[in-house]
Design a protein around this ligand. Structure first.
Ligand SMILES: NC(=O)c1ccc[n+]([C@@H]2O[C@H](COP(=O)([O-])OP(=O)(O)OC[C@H]3O[C@@H](n4cnc5c(N)ncnc54)[C@H](O)[C@@H]3O)[C@@H](O)[C@H]2O)c1
Length: 295
């Protein structure tokens, strides 16, 4: 299917990134959110990213302006009816997402493809809230969207081959590297990363190595660009815990039991960079080891 117009619903951290890469790839993009202030915030993020690219010599002022011109910001969801694909990027809440898809189902002609950027909600369940489960897929981007290349194309139980191929080709046109993944808890990357993190927390609890040395070891031994604790602080510890809980609830296998250390950290309110403290302390403006934690 030939996609010309893309609708992005939700102009937050991920949605604004998706709108940016779609517009940069030459697509006409409608970026919708529930309030003008959220749309404005999304546009400001996109402008900031594009200005950074100009500073680095990767983009011209003209290109920046034409990317921004291709984005139509709106609070009007009904504009979805004129788009070929709708990418849902709202809060990670199943009820909010299913209510949105029910509204979109009424607005959009049956040939419009729906895609969700959910990180943990089964695609088959979201697809079942519509009358078009064959034209429904997961399109799971990684943060920050303009930088990270991977897109997991998630096939729900009834996602058609044509829909999967269309979403894969769309991701390629956005300059991304797509992989097909079957619907399942944590999809692929979050599942594998959760297993690695659980082992890392066990090593920390057993005193095998310190937080700083575990990060160093994985960066310089496995060539990971960030250590697992640094990455956890970047993404937010509560998000890592939510993924761990999804895997545990679905598999009920002790290997997926969420780490007690991680649970304590989230309960303490130290969620990473956004709260100033997580596995590291950022309150001085620099990343410093913590000396105040009793695991
Ligand atoms: N943050 C990440 O690293 C990451 C990575 C991959 C996937 N995701 C997934 O992407 C989705 C969005 O995450 P985010 O980090 O961008 O969240 P966010 O909180 O930054 O943005 C969500 C946006 O959705 C808007 N919104 C909420 N309800 C809406 C509705 N009914 N209609 C239109 N807009 C609505 C909000 O106003 C907000 O601007 C979630 O499903 C999340 O699990 C996040």
């Amino acid at each position: 299917m030939n996609i010309r117009k893309v609708m992005v619903v939700g102009a937050g951290f991920m949605g604004s990134g998706i709108a940016q890469v779609a517009a940069a790839a030459g697509f006409a993009v409608t970026m919708q959110d529930i309030k003008n202030e959220f749309i404005q915030k999304g546009l400001t993020t996109i402008e900031k990213n594009l200005k950074n690219s100009i500073t680095k010599g990767k983009l011209s002022e003209e290109e920046k302006n034409s990317i921004l011109d291709r984005i139509t910001p709106t609070v009007d969801l009904s504009l979805a009816k004129d788009c070929d694909v709708v990418i849902e990027v709202i809060f990670e809440n199943k009820q909010a997402k299913t209510e949105l898809f029910k509204k979109l189902e009424e607005l959009c002609p049956p040939e419009v493809i729906f895609a969700s950027n959910t990180s943990s909600i089964p695609i088959t369940e979201l697809a079942a809230s519509t009358r078009r489960p064959a034209r429904f897929a997961g399109m799971h981007f990684f943060s920050p969207v303009p930088v990270m290349k991977l897109v997991e194309v998630i096939r729900g139980l009834k996602t058609s081959e044509e829909t999967a191929v269309t979403i894969k080709e769309l991701a390629e046109k956005f300059g991304k590297v797509p992989v097909y993944v079957k619907d399942g808890p944590g999809f692929l990357v979050n599942r594998v990363n959760a297993a690695l993190r659980n082992e890392v927390y066990r090593c920390l609890a057993e005193g095998v190595a310190t937080i700083e040395d575990i990060d160093k070891a994985l960066k310089f031994g496995l060539n990971h660009p960030m250590g697992p604790f640094e990455l956890g602080d970047f993404v937010g510890l509560e998000i890592g815990l939510a993924v761990a809980e999804t895997l545990w609830e679905n598999f009920k296998d002790p290997k997926w039991a969420p780490s007690l250390i991680l649970k304590k950290m989230v309960a303490s309110g130290d969620l990473g960079r956004k709260t100033g403290k997580g596995w590291y302390d950022y309150t001085s403006g620099e990343k410093k080891p913590r000396t105040d934690l009793n695991f």
